[in-house]
Ligand binder design. Structure first.
Ligand code: FPP
Length: 248
């Protein structure tokens, strides 16, 4: 597991830490990190992919049960062909390199989003990774790939209409739980905490439905500089919040 530097806060030195079951992260700031160092954007993404590894380790250490990472949004296709291809290469590399370690550490890996636009070899890597890790219970790592919250809702509505036409659901059955079952996140708890790095304060089409009662942490750190301490900082702040879900 991730080794903490001497003097830094560790999960055990925070006995009353209320750890969120589901943390979702908008990993932002790779480009700015690279620019600050006069490096190509790829260098920021590459470092960002290494930080994904550290973040998974830190989540395991803290006892987080679900970690959802916004790795590629449905809007990210608008980036240059070169950048899209770089991001896909890093994803391939991650899926090839990390699966054995994730599996050994009890991590189940899956994705949310529309797989139909992903390259067939990437889809195959995802299917294999899901199959290999399917019985792992310690942490569910969900990569949001070609994911957009509005597109997810449209996808769910289409399927719901099809099922209604086929007589599988009636309008009386349609409530929040029913709609949630048609989302990519079916079976997962809603995120307790959404973290966005880089100082931007936007949701950017991430988990729109699921974020109804989520707490937010906007960190000033750029994603490639995110550490276990950054995660502890966000979780500590979360611990002190009073969640009322609309009640008094
Ligand atoms: C946002 O930074 C980040 C992304 C669009 C992609 C996130 C991808 C990674 C962390 C690496 C690959 C992921 C995995 C799971 C292996 P930005 O480029 O928008 O940064 P900027 O706003 O500073 O330009």
């Amino acid at each position: 597991m991730l080794k903490l530097k001497a003097g830094k806060k560790s999960a055990t030195s925070l006995p009353k830490l209320k750890v969120p079951a589901h943390v979702a992260i908008i990993m932002d700031g790779n480009g700015r990190w690279a620019k600050k160092r006069h490096l190509p954007r790829f260098a920021g993404h590459k470092r960002g992919a290494d930080v994904v590894r550290d973040c998974v380790e830190a989540s395991l250490d803290l006892g987080i049960r679900y970690l959802t990472l916004y790795a590629f949004s449905s809007e990210n296709w608008k980036r240059s062909t070169e950048e899209v291809s770089d991001l896909m290469s890093l994803l391939r590399l991650y899926l090839r390199r990390e699966i054995d370690d994730l599996d050994k550490n009890g991590v189940y890996i899956t994705t949310i989003g529309d797989r139909s636009r992903l390259a067939p070899d990437i889809v195959e890597l995802i299917v294999q990774a899901e199959k290999k890790t399917q019985n792992n219970k310690k942490l569910q790592l969900t990569l949001a790939l070609n994911y957009g919250g509005q597109a997810e809702i449209v996808h769910a509505v289409k399927q719901l209409v099809r099922d209604a036409k086929d007589g599988k659901v009636s309008d009386d059955d349609i409530n929040e739980e029913c709609v949630a079952r048609y989302l990519y996140t079916n079976g997962m708890p809603d995120p307790d905490l959404i973290i966005r790095t880089s100082g931007e304060k936007r949701l950017s089409n991430f988990l729109l439905w699921q974020a109804a009662y989520t707490e937010f942490a906007f960190l000033d750190v750029l994603w490639p500089d995110f550490t276990k301490e950054s995660l502890i900082e966000a979780v500590t702040d979360f611990s002190q919040r009073d969640r009322r879900y609309g009640a008094r």
